[in-house]
Ligand binder design. Structure first.
Ligand SMILES: [Zn+2]
Ligand SMILES: [Zn+2]
Length: 320
């Protein structure tokens, strides 16, 4: 059984063939699913009369009990009963089931109708709270993750602080446990931020401008990094700490202490998700210093107004 709860779920009538995507039945159970290729689905549904038939079936309660040919025919704009029969036949099989006493809406048919009439044809994936590594930067409590509207968020259900929230395409949920999902998310987001910081738009590969900005309206965060793509207007805002994730000195400082910054989830470091380690050292131009602890030592990095790390001082190189 899939652990991912996809909203708009299908009524379970015990028939495995009633799944349009076939993702959730036990993998070990032999399947006799009547899969049809997506192009065929659109061919079948690309007709106003057939969409009307599906809609009428739902209206008449055909997902509960069969509806007669006559009742259905009266509800649909068809030239004549032969024409109507033809369209009904095209739907019969995958979307509609013919019974002795009439026609029933099968789960894929019901899903299509509700998708069309709620304005979304794609399944929306959702995932409730599940545990995530690390602790809240604000209160120290455990973290949880959730997935809604194609966005994965990790935060504290205790105080409401959000560590990270970033769009993550739903395909990432396929075939992954929640641990694997978080692992993939960590890599995905870190690479996006690092790409943007290197001047490459993660969306369109256009040129990205990076600057430090004052953020007086954002609670608890005085300075942020803003990446803006001149080509597609992609806009990414982050803490200054994220800029350090691929700084050679910062990476080595951590590696020397047994911490691999490329594999440990970035949101578990307070300096990546909050301003806790950031001090403003100059306003005009804006310049900040980050002080990052690891294993009892600290490394300091100065970041200029363009988001460039201009100076680091670390104990291994400079002595204590
Ligand atoms: Zn908290
Ligand atoms: Zn772009």
């Amino acid at each position: 059984m899939s652990q991912f709860d996809r909203s708009g779920g299908v009524a379970s009538d015990g028939e495995p063939s009633d799944r349009i995507d076939g993702t959730d039945a036990a993998a070990a159970t032999p399947r006799t699913e009547s899969r049809i290729p997506p192009s065929e689905v659109f061919t079948i549904l690309g007709n106003e009369t057939r969409v009307q038939v599906l809609h009428a079936l739902l209206d008449l309660g055909a997902d509960e009990s069969p509806v007669s040919f006559t009742d259905l025919f009266e509800r649909v704009d068809a030239a004549d009963s032969a024409n109507f029969s033809y369209h009904l036949d095209r739907l019969t099989g995958h979307f509609v089931r013919r019974r002795d006493d009439g026609y029933e809406l099968r789960a894929p048919g019901r899903k299509v109708v509700s998708s069309i009439f709620t304005g979304t044809l794609t399944e929306r994936a959702q995932l409730g709270f599940f545990p995530a590594a690390g602790s809240c930067h604000a209160c120290g409590e455990d973290l949880h993750a959730w997935y809604v509207d194609d966005t994965l968020s990790i935060g504290c259900t205790d105080c409401g602080a959000i560590q990270v929230s970033y769009p993550f395409p739903a395909g990432a949920l396929d075939g992954r446990s929640t641990d694997d999902l978080l692992d993939a998310f960590g890599h995905y987001v870190r690479h996006h931020y690092c790409l943007a910081a290197d001047g490459v738009c993660p969306e369109c590969t256009g040129a990205v401008e990076t600057e430090l900005v004052r953020t007086p309206d954002e609670e608890g965060q005085a300075v942020a990094v803003e990446h803006t793509c001149g080509r597609c207007s992609y806009d990414l805002r982050s803490t200054v700490g994220l800029l350090l994730l691929d700084d050679a000195d910062v990476l080595r400082f951590h590696a020397d202490r047994g911490v691999d910054l490329s594999s440990v989830p970035f949101w578990t470091f307070d300096w990546c998700v909050s301003d806790a380690a950031t001090t403003v050292v100059s306003e005009e131009p804006l310049r900040v210093r980050l002080t990052v602890d690891c294993a009892g030592d600290e490394i300091r990095a100065v970041v200029d107004e363009s988001g460039t790390v201009v100076e680091t001082s670390d104990p291994d190189r400079d002595g204590r």
